[in-house]
Design a protein around this ligand. Structure first.
Ligand SMILES: Cc1cc2nc3c(=O)[nH]c(=O)nc-3n(C[C@H](O)[C@H](O)[C@H](O)COP(=O)(O)OP(=O)(O)OC[C@H]3O[C@@H](n4cnc5c(N)ncnc54)[C@H](O)[C@@H]3O)c2cc1C
Length: 381
């Protein structure tokens, strides 16, 4: 039992669906508080591979620090000091930020967060697929149906990524298609530099190559769902690999199969991310930056914010309207400015006219350096 405003309230039972960065961070903060019983459910077994570039921006690294996880991950990272960025016209710029980014393979990152949440007291149920968000007669969430039976809950946190099967947001989804692979022995321009290529066929999105620890490089592409080439993803990927990475891949050895997973981006935070007994965070709430497709930092941050805003709620009544509004507004305040800037980057890269106009007004190197703010760099050089 805990005391809230001198009233004795029993400990809430919170089920977190999905043990990616959003669900892991949320479970960790809840479990550390010892004010709730936390059950973290994932269909996979850990450690598990995740289709992702695994790039942790300076913004994501700040959130990992707030979660007191950065130190633990330090031995597992590759420091990506810069990016060689190539625009649709073929012009190339080098971006070396003041802080740089980390690459921590998701198989390592997600497992580390889940381990920390378990150590703090969360119960992990792996290999358990959630099939339904259960609702009571009044329409409020009251637990989940899973492949292993039902789990009752006072509150359900939906952190099950994209596309979320429990989403209640009625607005149309903006999907990004992706495909990627891993190689060993790739000759990048510099071992600590990534590559990003805004090819016109990717319609405002990009192909990338990010160096991982232990000599591995991941290479992939992102393209809007409605892009003319989005339906020929594998063929397009092969073309781009040959055109841009042919020399770099000459002596490289592929690791495993190419994989893809849709991402969902947004420029708004809807009312539908919080109900009295259900909260959405991470990509299940569409919290991925348009333009950059950066989602790990926003997943960690929204998981952390969700936990902070539900802590101490009264399990008899659910989340009050004020708690729900505070969660929504803190997510919006922390994320929307970057999402809007990401959308501007996407539009600039998609439209030749907009680029010509921008190039007439701004120096491209200046523009690229200021775009680094998007990923949390305070200053680029
Ligand atoms: C190809 C690609 C490359 C990317 N590269 C980057 C990058 O370099 N940097 C970056 O910041 N972002 C990147 N992103 C975005 C980033 O991967 C996501 O935004 C991030 O993983 C979202 O975290 P999450 O915790 O919300 O969801 P997820 O990481 O997707 O985790 C959701 C979890 O829920 C589980 N789950 C799903 N459904 C169920 C169910 N029914 N029952 C039980 N469990 C379930 C899944 O197994 C998974 O473990 C990339 C995305 C893609 C597709």
């Amino acid at each position: 039992m805990v005391t809230v405003n001198t009233v004795e309230v029993r400990r809430a039972k919170i089920v977190v669906v999905g043990a990616g960065p959003a669900g892991g961070a949320c479970s960790l903060v809840l479990a550390r508080s010892r004010r709730a019983e936390v059950v973290l459910v994932d269909k996979s077994r850990y450690p598990r591979v995740k289709v992702c570039g695994s790039g942790l921006s300076p913004h994501a690294l700040r959130v990992l620090e707030q979660l007191e996880l950065r130190g633990m991950l330090a031995p597992e990272h590759l420091h990506m000091a810069g990016i060689t960025a190539r625009g649709p016209s073929g012009r190339q710029v080098h971006l070396r930020g003041a802080k740089g980014a980390w690459v921590v393979p998701r198989v390592v990152l997600d497992h580390a967060i889940v381990r920390a949440a378990r150590t703090a007291g969360a119960e992990l149920r792996e290999g358990t697929k959630v099939t339904a968000l259960l609702r009571d007669g009044a329409g409020q969430a009251c637990g989940v149906g899973t492949s292993q039976g039902e789990i009752e809950a006072d509150l359900v946190i939906c952190a099950n990524g994209s596309p979320s099967r429990f989403e209640v947001d009625p607005t149309p989804r903006r999907g990004i298609r992706t495909i990627m692979g891993w190689w060993r022995g790739v000759r990048l321009p510099a071992p600590d530099e990534g590559v990003m290529i805004w090819d016109a066929r990717l319609e405002g999105y990009y192909a990338w190559a990010f160096p991982e620890p232990r000599g591995v490089v991941n290479i992939g592409l992102t393209i809007p769902d409605d892009g003319a080439h989005a339906k020929r993803l594998r063929v397009l990927f092969r073309e781009l690999l040959d055109e841009y990475f042919g020399a770099a891949l000459t002596h490289a050895e592929p690791i495993g199969k190419w994989m893809g997973h849709p991402a969902t981006v947004t420029t708004r935070v809807g009312r539908a991310i919080a109900e009295p007994r259900a909260v959405w965070c991470g990509e299940a709430a569409r919290l991925v930056c348009p333009g950059t497709v950066e989602g790990i930092g926003f997943a960690l941050q929204s998981g952390m914010l969700a936990a902070q805003h539900v802590l101490g709620f009264d399990p008899r009544t659910g989340l009050s309207a004020i708690r729900r509004a505070r969660y929504r507004s803190s997510v919006a305040r922390h994320m929307l400015p970057r999402f809007w800037a990401g959308e501007a980057l996407h539009r600039l890269m998609r439209s030749g006219r907009a680029r010509t106009l921008a190039a007439g007004v701004f120096d491209p190197q200046w523009l690229s350096e200021h775009a680094a703010w998007l990923v949390g760099e305070s200053r680029a050089r």
